[in-house]
Design a protein around this ligand. Structure first.
Ligand code: ADP
Ligand code: ZN
Length: 731
């Protein structure tokens, strides 16, 4: 293949590669390939062959003579125009290279190959059976193979309960015909009318409004309903309507809420489980599901945030459940919020999108109040279940007697009563491991991560000290690394494991289960955890935010929050909002059926607005106050923020770059730049980190300001500047 001019019968196309390059490259292609934007091609890059996507018909300023040829086009798959526009939009908004965003849309290169085929069999219609010795085994196979779909030898043999050789014999005799068919499992379409529940009057109003929006263009809906109100049942009705209109549906959930029980619930309503998309599915399922979405066989996909980039051809509805959840924010690589970008996709697609939550984010509430989003409220739990009563325990006066215990007498007593009534309880603390800090009682040395500015967390079950930021792990040493005294390293503060230890000490005869991302890995383990609780094999569940999401345990009537103040400290803009949301979700696990629930909050700040709002149940009042505070400070959603993290191995270079960024920062009206300051996580994986923060009024185009700023600043190659538009993390 020679490089050269574009001749007759050839054309020029621009091809975007899924790599962090500055933009698309021009290539020469044969007209006979009939390339269109969205086509997936293979092209040379340097000495390698790469997959890319035709982004447009190039006019190009690259001299003809240097153009290389497109090698081939992948038939049978392409990226829909919407995905191309979404990639460009996100790249523009997040200031990321478009190729880095494209990589998320082309995350399964194997799906581009034609799917594997397999041999399958049906009876041969014209075959004369009288020429055959018909054993009962043979007859069974012929009966099964008479009506489709075509089955493999193995399937036929298994269904008939015979060996494969019997099937083979029939084929060799000519009684079966052989076909080639895709080897991927058949996908059965969900049935919109399979088992629709009777809805309450409230639920009906919301369900009708959502269903009525299908096929009517772009609209955003906030489904705002208390925990246990039946939001899932309501949006199922919208899904049913989309299916009736022959449209595909995407439901996005935070990854850990993607548990089999919620899929079983879908299956009860629609007859089959939805198609899945999350980090735990196998490579094979990933290839099959990507392809099934692209060719329209997959009608409903339930997935984590990366499902945003799937190549739906006929998308008609999107649902973002637990829309307030910070897990929708991707913090590495391309930094984006999948909830916000889903709204962008819905607008490009001109379809409705539903944001569901019991504790909507302030951004979403503000949009609803401004009339940009339609709001549908469900104010009561379904079926007469009541919301739990919340009581505050003032740890300054009612705390445990000594400093090695974490459960107050009041909480201990409530747990006791719950167990005696044959009911279940949960203790919540958002801290994995045994203890957040290990120090030497003799010299005061604290065990720190060698690569990060963070304490090592003791995980006693795993027998290690771990860094929660970089994954560093080591055995707990016998001697203090500093003063070398023996057996003086002591655990400080509680994590889930330590609470479980205290509970087991108090109630040795009760079954205690620890549930954190360390003990419950992946959806299957989550299903097992749910089963154990549902089947009453567990009296007390001790867990982190893993137990806050979505679960429905009928006999769980008491929730104890061990340290309600934990999320309130630190410089996070959303600390109060997020603590409220999390504790509200945790509290929502109590008393979801006929037995009323109770929630006890242990706190050292009983007067804090978050604690007060949880106790009084005044969510709207709390959010209104929070909103006032943000408005006064010009913070999101009333202003715009972008975080800059400057990092590198050499502290001097990082500091110089951060200072020079401060020097070149734009100085327009309505815009401020703060910093540089050392990041709270000042060293991460051996890289020094400094932060700057840009804050603007809403009317300002923050991306344009950031672009101009970056253009005006020289960044040495040893230093990295990571931009985070709409930051959630301030670490
Ligand atoms: P939410 O998501 O709002 O917290 P769910 O959708 O999980 O609430 O509903 C809570 C419980 O009530 C679930 O067990 C659900 O099956 C049940 N439920 C809700 N609405 C109905 C209904 N209309 N008919 C039967 N059961 C319902
Ligand atoms: Zn570390």
């Amino acid at each position: 293949m020679e490089s050269g001019n574009v001749n007759q019968g050839q054309t020029r196309v621009s091809v975007l590669l899924p790599l962090p390059l500055s933009g698309a490259y021009d290539y020469r292609a044969d007209i006979s390939l009939e390339l269109q934007p969205g086509d997936i091609v293979e092209v040379p890059l340097g000495r390698q062959k790469r997959i890319g996507v035709v982004w447009g018909m190039a006019e190009g300023d690259v001299a003809d003579g240097r153009l290389k040829d497109v090698i081939l086009k992948h038939d049978g798959v392409r990226l829909p125009d919407v995905v191309l526009r979404l990639v460009d939009w996100i790249a523009d908004y997040t200031l990321s290279p478009p190729g880095a965003v494209l990589r998320m849309a082309l995350s399964v290169p194997r799906a581009l190959e034609p799917p594997p085929v397999q041999r399958a069999y049906l009876t041969e219609p014209g075959f004369d059976l009288s020429s055959l010795r018909l054993t009962p085994a043979r007859q069974r196979i012929l009966d099964i193979a008479a009506d489709g779909p075509p089955r493999t030898m193995r399937e036929l043999a298994e269904e008939a309960g015979v060996g494969q050789s019997v099937v083979k014999g029939l084929w060799q005799a000519g009684a079966l015909q052989e076909l080639l068919q895709p080897a991927d499992p058949r996908i059965i379409a969900p049935d919109p009318d399979r088992l629709a529940p009777g809805l309450s009057a409230d639920q009906r109003v919301s369900a009708d409004a959502l269903a009525g929006a299908i096929g009517q263009g772009f609209s955003v809906h906030l489904l705002d309903g208390v925990t246990g109100a039946g939001k899932t049942e309501v949006y199922h009705e919208a899904i049913a309507e989309a299916l009736r209109q022959n449209r595909q549906v995407l439901v996005m959930l935070p990854e850990i809420a993607l548990s089999p029980p919620s899929l079983d619930r879908f299956a009860r309503r629609f007859g089959v489980r939805p198609t899945l998309w999350h980090s735990e599915i196998s490579q094979t399922a990933r290839r099959q599901n990507w392809r099934a979405v692209a060719d329209g066989r997959a009608r409903v996909v339930v997935g984590a945030r990366s499902a945003l980039f799937l190549p739906f051809a006929e998308l008609g509805l999107m649902i973002i459940d637990e829309e307030h959840d910070a897990a929708f924010k991707q913090e590495e690589g391309v930094i984006y919020n999948a909830r916000d970008m889903a709204v962008v996709r819905a607008r490009i697609e001109q379809i409705p999108i539903v944001l569901a939550s019991a504790t909507p984010s302030l951004e979403t509430i503000t949009n609803a109040e401004a009339g940009r989003y339609a709001r549908h409220r469900l104010t009561a739990r379904f079926g007469g279940a009541t919301l739990p009563e919340v009581e505050v325990i003032d740890m300054r006066k009612q705390g445990p007697e000594d400093r090695r215990h974490w459960l107050s007498p009041k909480l201990t007593e409530a747990l006791e009563t719950t167990f005696e009534a044959g009911e279940q309880a949960a203790l919540f603390i958002n801290r994995r491991g045994y203890a957040p800090l290990t120090l030497c009682r003799t010299c005061g040395h604290r065990m720190q991560c060698p690569r990060c500015t963070s304490w090592l967390v003791e995980h006693r079950l795993a027998g290690r000290l771990q860094c929660h930021h970089c994954g560093y792990a080591a055995r707990k040493p016998k001697n203090c690394p500093s003063c070398e005294a023996e057996d003086t390293l002591a655990a400080c503060g509680p994590g889930v494991e330590r609470l479980a230890e205290e509970a087991i000490g108090l109630w040795p005869q009760r079954n205690v289960l620890i549930a954190t991302s360390d003990t419950v890995r992946g959806p299957d383990a989550a299903a097992e955890m749910v089963r154990q609780v549902t089947d009453r094999e567990v009296d007390l569940l001790v867990g982190t935010q893993l137990i806050a999401k979505g679960h429905h345990f009928p006999l769980l009537t008491l929730v104890g929050v061990v340290d309600a103040d934990l999320g309130l400290a630190g410089g996070d803009l959303r600390a109060a909002e997020r603590t409220y949301q999390l504790l509200h979700q945790v509290a929502g696990r109590a008393g979801r059926e006929d037995r009323p629930g109770k929630v006890l909050l242990q706190t050292y700040q009983p007067d804090h607005p978050v604690i007060q709002a949880l106790a009084s149940g005044d969510r709207d009042g709390f959010m209104a106050a929070e909103s006032e505070g943000r408005k006064a400070a010009g913070m999101p959603p009333f202003g715009r923020l972008a975080g800059l993290v400057v990092s590198g191995k050499d502290f001097g270079a990082v500091e110089r770059t951060a200072r020079s960024l401060a020097g070149t920062a734009p100085r327009d009206a309505g815009l401020e730049v703060w910093g540089p300051a050392p990041a709270p996580l000042a060293v991460l994986r051996g890289r020094h980190r400094m932060r700057l923060l840009m804050c603007t009024e809403r009317r300002i185009d923050i991306q344009a300001a950031l672009r101009a700023w970056m253009k005006a600043t020289e960044i040495p190659s040893s230093v990295r500047v990571q931009i985070d538009v709409d930051p959630y993390s301030f670490m």
